[in-house]
Design a protein. Structure first.
Length: 229
């Protein structure tokens, strides 16, 4: 494993309170069908993940309960969506949505994304979404934030030329942090030309329950889009 993929392990709990037996059985029965298995060596063969030839691949890191990735997949059946989520409850919610909507174009890695990074081929994704990540607002926890120098190098390797890194947050500490980290690298260009470019959601944006709640509580989401040079 090269240095760019050397990551610290996941911090925090993986399972929330009150997950039903039905959801546990759902994961047991259906996760093998939609889950991504890490190869013994080399990178994942994306051509074997789906029963169709995708127009492009999109990656969502930390999909929560799966609302955003499901809505995107339903709207774009010719695009393949890869998602990761470390929390068991979120994985169960996503699998339930996939089954209920008979979705064919989502595959999941139900664990720490750092374990997946080394097995992803270079320049495979057209877009990477990081939506409302844990801000880890205390200074002593900066290294735990998803947006950091090492991960930006990884995202650059995974994205195609002119691919998009989309970061959305409503946290007053996290947004300045992202802009500071991104300003210190040369592989990405922030696309905003005016304030409305980052205060308004992109066209065809799929909102979520979390986002609607944030807005109702006067926590303004900021939408940052960076293009790989």
């Amino acid at each position: 494993m090269d240095n760019i993929h050397k990551q610290k392990t996941f911090f925090g709990r993986r399972k929330g309170k009150g997950m039903s037996k039905a959801k546990e059985l759902l994961l047991e029965d259906y996760l093998p069908k939609f889950g991504i298995t890490l190869p013994l060596n080399g990178t994942i063969d994306f051509s074997k993940l789906f029963d169709f030839k995708p127009k492009k691949y999109v990656f969502e890191i930390g999909y929560g309960d799966g609302e955003h990735i499901v809505n995107m997949a339903l709207k774009n059946p010719d695009i393949a969506f890869i998602g990761t989520e470390v929390f068991i409850n979120g994985n169960a919610s996503l699998i339930k949505k996939i089954i209920a909507n008979d979705i064919k174009n989502i595959r999941v890695f139900p664990d720490d994304v750092n374990l997946l990074f080394p097995y992803l081929p270079d320049e495979i994704f057209s877009t990477i979404f990081i939506l409302y990540p844990d801000p880890w607002p205390k200074n002593r926890n900066e290294e735990r934030r998803m947006i950091n120098k090492n991960n930006i190098e990884i995202f650059s390797k995974l994205l195609k030329h002119d691919g998009n890194l989309v970061v959305v947050s409503d946290h007053p500490v996290y947004i300045p942090w992202v802009l500071m980290v991104m300003s210190k690298q040369n592989n990405f260009l922030w696309t905003a030309e005016k304030s409305s470019d980052f205060t308004n959601p992109p066209l065809d944006w799929e909102t979520t329950k979390y986002e609607r709640k944030a807005i109702s509580e006067n926590r303004k989401p900021i939408y940052l889009n960076f293009i790989k040079k």
